[in-house]
Design a protein around this ligand. Structure first.
Ligand code: PMP
Length: 404
């Protein structure tokens, strides 16, 4: 049984005040907070063994390399990749998607089709539109229903032997919907298409098994799961990573360089040009360890309780509408008050020390679908409490009174 009051002590930021009120942090879907255990790893790196990796014979470089590669192994185990060289450390989800989209330029031709879903973050739309511009491939969209669920009959109708790639998020950042990715992967493979799953929102809630999923690419960001910003992962099946050309040229990613011809390093270095975010990679490993020590089952059980409680309490407020009502969702509540702009609600909540996100959440097509400018999004983590949800509900009631 998870004890949030105890866990909160790991997060120094949670004891600060904002605008004279105790901070209530409900913007976890944008970025999660960082526990002292991960902060300590960052301080230790810069205090004791800051050095460039992979090429130094000196002790500091060796220590940094060992810790960086140990983090890669930790991440490999967590996502259950078959090989550690299938884990590419990137700047985050956005870079991982761009790496794959760029790589597919030489693999697609005019008339090929690629499939996205109506529930995607802009970072899982725009790189693929750019890929279509480069190649003449056609982008198809899996539609959604009013509950914020993808319509699988429509997906099946889109699949054909022209389909080369399907890319869908595991969990929607705007609505919290958990997508049926097992089904999506199986159906895509049946027509010979590859699948990329955007795990930016699932990584703090679910421990994915990339081998059991049989997914071709899985991407995520450390900062969504208690790690630092500027680092993330691209998991790719070995055969796919070998098929894709390098993303960027530079140091680290080469085997031999001459002015006549350069040969590339093997995996994972082929995709890791230049000095990486060394400290970030090591801290990503520490964040994965931290979350596993708490346990993903305990996290899911607790967050589902918060979701049920928050949904019930917020719906007590007359004129409040929740967007994303699937029975299959994580602890994200996107809502609006009738006749009131979400930005105004968010601004007033901030005055009360409550951090929520307002706007389109980088998902303008979802907002267009619901014909709204945006929502107020409260996203809960395992370190949040029911008392904080009560504070949110009181805050929203006050905001409603002031803005009506
Ligand atoms: N996909 C989804 C579903 C997300 O929620 C986010 C972050 N909001 C991203 C992609 C992009 O992640 P990052 O900004 O860390 O690259």
């Amino acid at each position: 049984m998870l004890n949030a009051d105890h866990i909160r002590k790991d997060f120094p930021i949670l004891s600060r005040q904002v605008n004279g009120k105790p901070l209530v942090y409900f913007d976890n879907a944008a970025t999660s907070q960082t526990p002292q255990q991960v902060i300590d790893v960052i301080v230790d790196y810069y205090s004791n063994y800051n050095a460039n990796i992979h090429r130094g014979v000196h002790t500091l470089s060796q220590e940094a390399t060992d810790k960086y590669e140990a983090a890669r192994n930790t991440i490999q185990k967590h996502f259950n990749a078959k090989h550690n060289y299938e884990i590419i450390l990137t700047a985050g989800t956005t870079e991982s998607i761009n790496l794959v989209a760029q790589g597919f330029t030489s693999l697609l031709k005019e008339g090929d089709e690629i499939i996205v879903s109506a529930l995607e973050h802009h970072s899982n739309i725009v790189p693929w539109q750019m890929l279509c511009e480069r190649t003449g491939a056609v982008l198809k969209v899996i539609p959604m229903n009013l509950e914020g669920e993808l319509i699988m009959e429509a997906y099946n109708a889109l699949l054909s032997d022209r389909t080369k790639l399907v890319f869908v998020n595991h969990i929607s950042n705007a609505l919290g919907t958990i997508n049926p990715i097992e089904y999506i992967i199986e159906k895509a493979h049946a027509v010979g298409a590859a699948v990329l799953i955007d795990g930016a929102q699932s990584c703090p809630h679910i421990k994915p098994d990339v081998q059991a999923l049989d997914v071709d690419f899985y991407v995520a960001s450390a900062h969504k799961m208690c790690g630092p910003t500027g680092v993330g992962l691209l998991y790719g099946k070995e055969e796919w990573l070998n098929k894709l050309p390098p993303y960027q040229g530079g140091g680290e990613m080469i085997d031999q360089v001459s002015f006549e011809k350069t040969t590339y390093a093997g995996l994972p270095h082929k995709f890791e040009a230049g000095t990486p975010n060394i400290c970030g990679g090591i801290a990503f490993g520490a964040a994965v360890d931290y979350m596993n020590a708490i346990g993903f089952e305990a996290i899911a059980t607790y967050e589902n309780e918060l979701l049920a409680y928050g949904t019930q309490r917020l719906l007590e407020i007359e004129g409040l509408k929740i967007y994303g009502t699937s029975a299959n969702k994580t602890s994200v509540i996107s809502f609006n008050l009738e006749g009131i702009h979400p930005y105004d609600v968010g601004t007033l909540l901030d005055k009360m020390g409550i951090a929520v996100r307002t706007g389109h959440h980088c998902t303008q097509p979802i907002m267009d679908f619901f014909k709204i400018p945006g929502t107020v999004r409260a996203s809960f983590s395992f370190y949040n409490t029911k008392a904080e949800i009560d504070a949110l509900v009181e805050g929203v009631k006050k905001a409603k009174m002031m803005l009506s």
